[in-house]
Design a protein around this ligand. Structure first.
Ligand code: GLV
Ligand code: GLV
Length: 326
């Protein structure tokens, strides 16, 4: 008989159909948010789960779901997984790297530009009927071309953003990362390694692209923002919690930095109320990977990980391959 899998949120019907060729599929047709208890109940008897980055997979859940063998996240980030606990329980974890790199780098760059050039703020002004005359400094922002682009977190997406800035817009790209890139990769993205302090001090536009972990919690707070140029912009497309949102809102209100662009939030989909009232911030609802082809590629890769592992014993993008063992 076919193994049973759970799909925790609504997803492309063609992806459900593909899964149904191999599995008995229980899926969240109404796309209502399941409570933890509902998720646990639905997971009973399931060998695999398809998650979207919000469902917390930890030791307690694994203990309550002894049939589970794989959880496939439809996201590159996997801070919703306790990978150690998954490995200990011999449950395979997979994510969706590579397929979203360029789409997400495009969006990161768009958010840097929208922030520097005050696109959201000026659009709100126009829509409110306030545009009645020209003025010499109306929505004057800062330049992208020729400026210094700072990147915190230099994985695949960070490298894509560096290449766009350096090759496309003549920016000087600097980065900080836990480990330095090899010289060939640095040369390909024309990016220079600097300390975190130097990154904060020298960036005209700083973008965050590092994974969330307890170590990166509030990597940017009041003390870090205080080291930035007053004309600088800050963009977060990584994860909520990397920025101290309350401290950022205060810094924006006090004009400690010029502007910010955020795609991710602490406690999303809730947004810190102070961020909703400061004018100099562009706010988007966690959509950096949201193009139709890329979301399809992510959903298909998550599904292919379930099929690859449960049917053929070979997942495509395992995070804890040691589970596959000898
Ligand atoms: C989205 O945030 C992802 O991790 O893919
Ligand atoms: C994610 O793919 C990253 O490495 O930035």
């Amino acid at each position: 008989t076919k193994p049973a899998v759970l799909v925790a949120r609504a997803v492309f019907p063609e992806v459900i159909a593909k899964l149904e060729q191999h599995f008995i599929v229980d899926h969240n047709q109404g796309d209502e948010a399941w409570s933890r208890e509902q998720l646990l109940a639905r997971l009973q008897g399931k060998a695999g789960a398809f998650t979207t980055g919000a469902e917390r997979i930890d030791a307690d859940l694994l203990k309550a779901c002894p049939d589970l063998r794989i959880v496939a996240n439809m996201a590159v980030g996997y801070n919703n997984f306790d990978v150690k606990a998954m490995t200990a329980a011999k449950v395979l974890a997979t994510n969706t790297p590579d397929v979203l790199t360029d789409t997400t780098a495009d969006f990161g760059f768009a958010l840097v530009m929208a922030t520097a050039r005050r696109m959201a703020e000026s659009e709100r002004y126009l829509r409110a009927g306030k545009w009645t005359r020209w003025s010499y400094d109306m929505f004057a922002g800062s330049d992208i071309h020729g400026s210094t682009l700072g990147i915190l977190g230099m994985g695949r997406i960070g490298q894509g953003i560096a290449r766009r800035g350096a090759h496309g817009f003549g920016m000087k790209a600097i980065y900080h990362n836990r480990s330095r890139l090899d010289p060939a990769t640095e040369a390909a993205c024309k990016a220079t390694y600097v300390s975190k302090e130097q990154l904060l001090r020298e960036s005209d536009h700083l973008i965050l692209v590092l994974p969330y972990s307890p170590e990166s919690h509030h990597a940017i707070g009041a003390a870090e923002i205080a080291q930035m140029k007053p004309t600088a912009t800050l963009v977060n497309i990584a994860r909520g919690g990397i920025v101290d949102d309350a401290a950022l809102a205060k810094a924006l209100r006090d004009k400690r930095i010029a502007a910010a662009g955020l795609d991710v939030y602490e406690g999303e989909p809730k947004v810190h109320p102070d961020l909703l009232t400061v004018p100099n911030v562009v706010l988007t609802p966690h959509i950096a990977s949201a193009t139709v082809p890329t979301r399809k590629a992510m959903a298909n890769l998550a599904a292919d990980n379930l099929v690859g592992f449960l049917v053929h014993g070979k997942p495509l993008t395992p995070l804890n391959p040691e589970v596959l063992g000898g």
